[in-house]
Design a protein around this ligand. Structure first.
Ligand SMILES: NC(=O)c1ccc[n+]([C@@H]2O[C@H](COP(=O)([O-])OP(=O)(O)OC[C@H]3O[C@@H](n4cnc5c(N)ncnc54)[C@H](O)[C@@H]3O)[C@@H](O)[C@H]2O)c1
Length: 343
């Protein structure tokens, strides 16, 4: 209780800038932050989202949020956000292009967008002396790891795609920047595979660019909006030949960001630089995911094995003990919850 009161007091009028705020994870996180008492500003250039998401957030939280339609690769426009709100205390940096397959086709756009926006936002963090920064990293930084589950100390292998490389580079930039700015706080969150939608059904994953994540594709097949699911590769060295991933419910993932900000706020001025895996620890194959949806929906899904996709790692799942111990984060939902949420 005392802890909650202290946090409520700390949260008081604390302003958090959420970049990529209308995207899938950003929008869910904004809802969680507002519900826990933070004040949020969103910035997005709607490269992969719609501004109508702001209305959905309002429906869920009752709050109008300040939103900037800004491309973060433009330094001057990015600075304008901080000029208007010099009292921002934390940044959660989601904004990025995120498709592994697309990144193998247009790598320079991925580097320009993901690395360029990161440099600009860090430059503003320095100029306005913003104490807290949380970065959306990814399990793709581990490449094809030698041992599983991966902990935060598992050595990073060669990135399998330009997208994964942008995340490795992003982490390295933050590490160097943190050394040069020893009073600022940083958390790198390595997400495994976010899936599902908000329990209200109001927020959804509505990507403008090509969808390549499994659960929305399974959902499209279930709804008859897509003929069949093509599984990218069926002869990987896994228990059924398909890739293994660690699927985490979006609401659990969103909450981890609020906990990360809470943690940094409690440690203001300490120069924290921490990395956390966010996964459930359960490795699930693509075929097992299809079966789970078939069970939950009592529907047979149409699928076939197709060619492997450039950039895919074979298997990866998380040891998230550190996030549990240090952030108090405990994922509550499983795969059936993920599918139930999209039905
Ligand atoms: N969804 C996943 O499976 C997953 C897994 C691991 C890591 N991540 C990372 O999490 C973050 C959020 O992912 P998401 O699934 O919400 O993606 P998303 O595409 O739904 O959201 C990203 C948002 O950033 C915006 N954006 C992109 N470039 C921008 C720029 N230059 N300026 C301003 N806005 C910009 C997009 O319009 C979009 O709204 C990304 O950094 C992604 O790489 C996602």
């Amino acid at each position: 209780m005392l802890y909650k009161l202290t946090l409520d007091k700390l949260n008081g009028s604390m302003k958090i800038l959420v970049t990529g705020g209308c995207g899938y994870i950003g929008s869910h996180t904004i809802v969680d932050l507002i519900q826990k008492g933070y004040e949020v500003i969103s910035v997005d250039n709607y490269l992969n989202s719609e501004s109508e998401v702001l209305q959905h957030i309002k429906r869920l939280t009752g709050k109008d949020i300040i939103a900037f339609a800004t491309d973060l690769t433009n330094l001057e426009e990015t600075k304008n956000i901080f000029k208007a709100h010099p009292d921002i205390k934390g940044i959660i940096h989601f904004a990025a292009l995120k498709s592994v397959g697309e990144s193998t086709k247009i790598p320079l756009q991925y580097f320009r967008n993901n690395v360029g926006s990161m440099l600009n936002i860090l430059e503003c963090q320095k100029e306005w002396n913003i104490p807290h920064f949380v970065f959306s990293s990814s399990c793709s930084v581990y490449g094809n790891p030698d041992s599983l589950p991966v902990t935060e100390d598992t050595p990073l292998k060669e990135a399998e795609s330009p997208y994964a490389r942008t995340k490795q580079i992003g982490e390295q930039i933050i590490q160097d920047f943190a050394k040069a700015n020893p009073t600022l706080n940083f958390i790198l969150l390595r997400y495994f595979n976010p899936a599902g939608i908000h329990s209200s059904g109001i927020l959804k994953e509505k990507a403008k660019r090509e969808v390549e994540t499994l659960v929305p594709i399974i959902e499209e097949v279930y709804r008859g909006q897509r003929d069949k699911l093509i599984i990218n590769g069926g002869d990987y060295p896994t228990r059924d030949g398909t890739c293994i991933r660690d699927y985490i419910h979006i609401e659990d993932l969103a909450e981890a960001h609020t906990l990360a900000i809470d943690f940094l706020v409690k440690n203001e001025g300490q120069g924290k630089l921490e990395t956390y895996n966010l996964g459930t620890g359960q490795g699930v194959t693509i075929l097992e995911m299809i079966k789970a949806m078939e069970k939950v929906s009592s529907t047979k899904l149409n699928y076939e094995i197709g060619p492997k996709r450039d950039g895919d790692v074979i298997q990866v799942f998380a040891d998230s003990t550190k996030a549990k111990q240090e952030l108090g984060w405990l994922p509550k939902k499983g795969i059936e919850d993920i599918f139930n949420s999209v039905l």
